[in-house]
Design a protein around this ligand. Structure first.
Ligand code: CGF
Ligand code: PLP
Length: 828
C-alpha cells in the first residue's frame, strides 16, 4: 500500500491551491478539454452521456477547488468533526445541485449553448443515485448538504451499493422489480481511494490472554473482507465549504484462488470473491421492516467498522490521544443500522488501546448519539444472540458485559422491578434470545432523538418509556428538515424568482425571510404570478404523464398528490377508497358541477410486501376504469406514476395543489415529503401525525385540512377492540365503495381479486382506514369548496410557502450542532 506523504505545515502553506475563475469562455474551454482528454471523445461525435460526463467532471474540478481548502482548514483549526453513519443516502442527481450551489448554473448553460448543447437535456442523462429507500435516506442526503452549507466539518459514511433501490415497472397494473444499475457508465462525481482500505473481520474465535495479572481478549476473525473507500465531495450553498461522503465497497482479500483456477475450477476460483463482495452488492429494499438476514448484519458491521477505523486513524494522526475522542469527534447513528458501533468502539478502546472498561464506556457514550425514526415494533431491529455470537463473537461478549454492568447498576440504585429491568435489557429473553439494537444504541448514546415533536413524545411514552424514566435527559427532539436548495431553488426556480422579487435575495440564505411573503399572500398580482408558475409546472407534469402513461390530464384540474413508499400505515388504501367514493358520486350525478381532479400516486412497495403490491394494483385498476368512463367527462383522472425517485419527486412536488399526508396518527414518525410539498405551496390534507402537527402549528388551521383520529384516540380505539364491521354498517358511503369493489368492476375476470384486501380491513383494521374514512371524505369536500374560491386558495398556498421556513434542514442541523454534537458552524 502506498504510504501517505505529509508535507510540513511550512511546505503545505507554499503549495497554493488553484484560483477560482469562472466566465462563460473559461467554462466552455474546460468542458471541451474534459470531453477530449478525460472522456476521450471528439466533440463532433460525442453523445449526450459523454457531454454529461464532461460537464460533471468540469463541475467536480470546481468543487475540488473548494474541497481542499475546506479540508486544510479543518486540520488547521483542529475543530471537532461530525461523522454521520447511515446505511442509506438517497442522493438523487448531483449535476444541478452542484451547479446551483456553486452559483454556476447560468454560466454553464451559456457555455454549453455556445457548444450547441442543452444543459436541461443533459440533466436527464444522469442516473438517479438511489442508495436509500425513502425518508431516512433522503434525510441523510439533505443533512449532508446542510452540514456543508453551514461549514460544519463533517463526513457521511455509508455503503457504495453496486445496485441501489430497484427500478419499479408497472405491468398490467402490477409492480415488478428490476435491478438498478446506476454505476453502469461509471460515476463522475466520486474518487476511488484504493489506498484507503481496512480489513473487516467476521466469525472466528476470541482468545483470552493473561498479561500482568489482567486478561486481554484477542479476536481472531475466521474471515476478512476489505473495505475500500470512494469519496464524493459534497458542496454547500454558495460553494463556501465542501465535505466528504465516504462510501465503502467490499473487496475480497483474496479475489482469485489460483490453485482452483489451475485445476480448471474457473467458477470455484472466484467463489470467495462473490461471497465477500456480496456485502456491497445490493441495498436492502425495505423501509419500515427490518431485513433480518445475516447479510444485512454483515453490511451493518462492515460499514460501521470501516468508518470507525477510518475516523480513529484520522483522530490519532491529528490529535495523538484516543482519550480526546469525544472532544474532537461526534458520531451520529442514523437509526439502529450502525448501532453495533457501540460495541465496536468499546472493542477498539478496551482490546486494542488498553483503556480501562469504565473509561472506555465514558468515551463511547460521550462520542455517540442516536436518531430513532420509527415506533413500529416490527421495525425495531433485533438479532438472534446465536447469529451475533457466530458472526461477531467478541462483540457479543462485549454486549453481555455492557448489559450485565448496566442491569447491576440499576439494581444497586434500587431499581429492582423485573418489568423495568427486562424492558431496558439489551437482550430480549422472550421467544429465542435476541439482541435489541435500539436498546444498545440508547444505552451507548449520550443523546437519543426523535424526528418530530409528536414522535419524540411518543418515544418517551412507548418504546423507551422505561429508559426515559432511568435517563430522563437523554431523549431530545430534532424535528426533521429538508434542504431548500434542492427542494425549492432547483425544483422550482420560477417560484424562487418570485420569492426573491417579493422579499429579497436574503431569502436564499435565511429561510426565516420567507415569512415576509405573508404580506403579499392576499395581493392579486402576486397571486396571479404564483398561480401562473404553478400552472406551468402542472403543464410540464401533464406532459410527463402523457409521455409515460399515455393519459391526458387537464393542467387546470386540482392535482391531488400522494407520493411516498407504499405502506399500509401511510394509507394509500384510504385515498383510493375515497377516489372510488367520489367516482360513485360523480356517476350518480354526472351533471353536478364537480371540481375536476387528478389523483396522482407514486411510490414503491417492498418486493415482499404483498398487500402493498395489491394496493398498487387496485390503484391501477381503478385508474383504468375511471379514466375511460365517459360519464365522468374527464373530471376525475387517476394516475400511478411508476418508479418514484428523487428526480420524479422534483417534477411532481412543484405541480401539486394538494398534499396527501394521511397516515394513521402516531405511525409516521415525521415525514419530509409533507415539508417539501408545503414549501412549494401544496395544501396538506392530513392527520395530526408526525411533522404534520408542526406544519399545522405554523401555517394555521385555515390553511391546512386536518381530519381523523388523533394519536391518543388511535390508542384508545385499539385498546377498546375496534370493530370495523360496525363502522362499515354505519357508513352508507363506505358500504357503497366496498360493494363497488366486491362487484368486480375493477377486476373483470377475477372478481375476488380484492376480497382478501377488504376482508382484511373488516377483520383487523390495524391502520384504522375504515374509522377515518367518513372524516376524510368530508374534508376532501372542504378542499373542493376552497378550490372554487381561487383567491382564498392561492392565499392559503402562499401562506404555506411563507410559514414553513422552520423546516429547513439548516435549522435541524443547527439544533443537532448545539444540543447534541457540540460543534459550531464556522465561517470560512
Ligand atoms: O424516516 C422514516 C422513513 N420511513 O424512512 N423511517 N424510518 N425508518 C419515517 O417513517 C418517516 O416518518 C421519517 O420522515 C423518515 C426520516 O426521519
Ligand atoms: N422518497 C423520495 C424519493 C423522497 O423524495 C421523499 C421525500 O421527499 C421520500 C421518499 C419520503 O417521503 P415521505 O416523507 O412522504 O414518506
Amino acid at each position: 500500500r502506498p504510504k501517505a506523504t505529509v508535507p510540513s505545515a511550512e511546505v503545505a502553506s507554499r503549495i497554493a491551491l488553484p484560483a477560482q475563475d469562472e466566465d462563460v469562455a473559461t467554462l466552455r474551454r474546460a468542458v471541451v478539454a474534459k470531453l477530449t482528454y478525460a472522456v476521450g471523445k471528439d466533440p463532433i461525435v460525442a453523445n449526450e452521456r459523454d457531454w454529461f460526463v464532461a460537464v460533471a467532471l468540469t463541475v467536480r474540478d470546481r468543487i475540488v477547488d473548494r474541497w481542499m481548502p475546506s479540508t486544510r482548514s479543518n486540520y488547521a483549526s483542529g475543530d471537532k468533526r461530525v461523522y454521520y453513519l447511515s446505511l442509506e443516502f438517497l442522493i438523487g442527481r448531483l449535476l444541478y445541485d452542484s451547479l446551483n450551489n456553486l452559483g454556476l448554473t447560468d454560466t454553464m448553460r451559456a457555455a454549453l449553448s455556445e457548444l450547441g448543447v442543452d444543459l436541461d437535456r443533459l440533466r436527464s442523462s444522469e442516473p438517479d443515485a438511489a442508495l436509500g429507500n425513502g425518508g431516512l435516506g433522503r434525510l441523510a442526503a439533505c443533512f449532508m448538504e446542510s452540514m456543508a452549507s453551514l461549514s460544519i466539518p463533517a463526513y457521511g459514511y455509508g455503503i457504495r451499493y453496486d445496485h441501489g433501490l430497484f427500478r419499479q415497472v408497472i405491468k398490467d397494473g402490477w409492480q415488478q422489480e428490476y435491478p438498478e444499475d446506476w454505476l453502469s457508465f461509471g460515476n463522475p462525481w466520486e474518487f476511488e481511494r484504493p489506498e484507503v482500505e481496512y480489513p473487516i473481520g467476521f466469525g472466528g474465535s476470541v482468545e483470552p490472554v493473561s498479561e500482568d495479572g489482567a486478561t486481554r481478549y484477542v479476536w481472531h476473525p475466521g474471515d476478512v473482507v476489505d473495505a475500500v473507500a470512494y469519496d464524493t465531495p459534497v458542496v454547500g450553498w454558495r460553494g463556501r465549504h465542501v465535505n466528504t461522503l465516504r462510501l465503502w465497497s467490499a473487496r475480497a482479500t483474496n479475489p482469485l484462488r489460483l490453485d482452483a483456477f489451475n485445476e480448471g475450477d474457473y467458477v470455484g476460483a472466484h467463489s470467495g470473491r462473490v461471497w465477500a463482495e456480496a456485502i456491497s452488492d445490493v441495498l436492502y429494499p425495505s423501509d419500515e421492516t427490518p431485513a433480518g438476514q445475516e447479510l444485512r448484519l454483515r453490511q451493518e458491521y462492515f460499514f460501521t467498522a470501516a468508518s470507525l477505523q477510518d475516523l480513529i486513524r484520522r483522530h490519532l494522526n491529528q490529535h495523538k490521544d484516543i482519550r480526546t475522542l469525544p472532544d474532537k469527534v461526534a458520531i451520529q447513528l442514523n437509526d439502529t443500522h450502525p448501532a453495533i458501533a457501540v460495541a465496536e468502539l468499546m472493542r477498539i478502546l478496551v482490546d486494542l488501546h488498553n483503556i480501562p472498561w469504565a473509561e472506555a464506556w465514558e468515551i463511547t457514550n460521550a462520542t455517540i448519539s442516536y436518531t430513532n425514526h420509527t415506533l413500529m415494533p416490527e421495525a425495531l431491529e433485533t438479532w438472534p444472540v446465536a447469529l451475533m455470537g457466530r458472526l461477531l463473537p467478541r462483540h457479543m461478549q462485549i454486549i453481555f458485559m455492557i448489559n450485565g454492568l448496566h442491569l447491576d447498576s440499576l439494581r444497586q440504585s434500587g431499581k429492582n422491578d423485573d418489568a423495568l429491568l427486562s424492558s431496558v435489557s439489551l437482550i430480549d429473553e422472550q421467544g429465542g434470545r435476541r439482541v435489541r439494537m435500539g436498546n444498545l444504541a440508547f444505552l451507548g448514546a449520550h443523546k437519543v432523538n426523535g424526528v418530530s415533536a409528536l414522535h419524540t413524545d411518543l418515544l418517551k411514552q412507548t418504546v423507551f418509556r422505561d429508559f426515559n424514566s432511568v435517563y430522563p435527559d437523554r431523549i431530545v427532539n430534532k424535528t426533521n428538515g429538508i434542504t431548500f436548495r434542492r427542494w425549492l431553488f432547483e425544483a422550482n426556480p420560477g417560484l424562487t424568482r418570485l420569492i426573491v422579487d417579493a422579499v429579497g435575495e436574503r431569502a436564499m440564505d435565511d429561510a426565516g425571510e420567507l415569512t415576509k411573503l405573508a404580506a403579499v399572500a392576499g395581493d392579486a398580482s402576486f397571486q396571479e404570478k404564483y398561480a401562473a408558475n404553478r400552472r406551468a409546472k402542472k403543464a410540464a407534469l401533464s406532459d410527463l404523464i402523457a409521455e409515460r402513461l399515455d393519459i391526458k390530464v387537464d393542467p387546470d384540474a386540482l392535482f391531488d398528490v400522494q407520493i411516498k413508499r407504499i405502506h399500509e400505515y401511510k394509507r394509500q388504501f384510504l385515498n383510493i377508497l375515497e377516489t372510488i367514493a367520489l367516482y360513485n358520486a360523480m356517476r350518480a350525478q354526472p351533471q353536478r358541477d364537480w371540481v375536476p381532479r387528478v389523483k396522482i400516486f407514486a411510490g414503491k412497495a417492498a418486493a415482499s410486501y404483498h398487500r402493498a403490491k395489491l394496493i398498487i394494483k387496485l390503484i391501477n385498476d381503478v385508474a383504468k376504469v375511471v379514466n375511460s368512463d365517459p360519464t365522468v367527462q374527464g373530471k376525475l383522472k387517476v394516475v400511478f406514476l411508476p418508479n418514484y425517485n428523487v428526480s420524479l419527486a422534483e417534477n411532481i412536488i412543484p405541480a401539486a395543489d394538494l398534499s396527501e399526508q394521511i397516515s394513521t396518527a402516531g405511525m409516521e414518525a415525521s415525514g419530509t415529503g409533507n415539508m417539501k410539498l408545503a414549501l412549494n405551496g401544496g395544501l396538506t390534507i392530513g392527520t395530526m401525525d408526525g411533522a404534520n402537527v408542526e406544519i399545522y402549528d405554523r401555517v394555521g388551521a385555515d390553511n391546512i385540512f386536518i381530519f381523523g383520529l388523533t394519536a391518543a384516540e388511535v390508542t384508545k380505539r385499539w385498546s377498546g377492540g375496534y370493530d370495523a364491521r360496525a363502522t362499515l354498517a354505519a357508513s352508507p358511503m363506505l358500504s357503497d365503495v366496498f360493494d363497488t369493489i366486491y362487484s368486480g368492476i375493477f377486476s373483470p375476470g377475477e372478481s375476488g381479486r380484492y376480497t382478501g384486501l377488504l376482508d382484511g380491513l373488516l377483520n383487523d383494521d390495524r391502520f384504522l382506514v375504515t374509522a377515518d374514512f367518513d372524516a376524510y371524505y368530508a374534508r376532501q369536500r372542504d378542499v373542493a369548496t376552497l378550490w372554487r374560491n381561487r383567491e382564498e386558495w392561492w392565499k392559503a398556498a402562499i401562506l404555506n410557502t411563507a410559514n414553513v421556513g422552520f423546516f429547513s434542514s439548516d435549522r435541524t442541523i443547527r439544533e443537532y450542532s448545539d444540543e447534541i454534537w457540540n460543534v459550531h458552524p464556522r465561517t470560512d
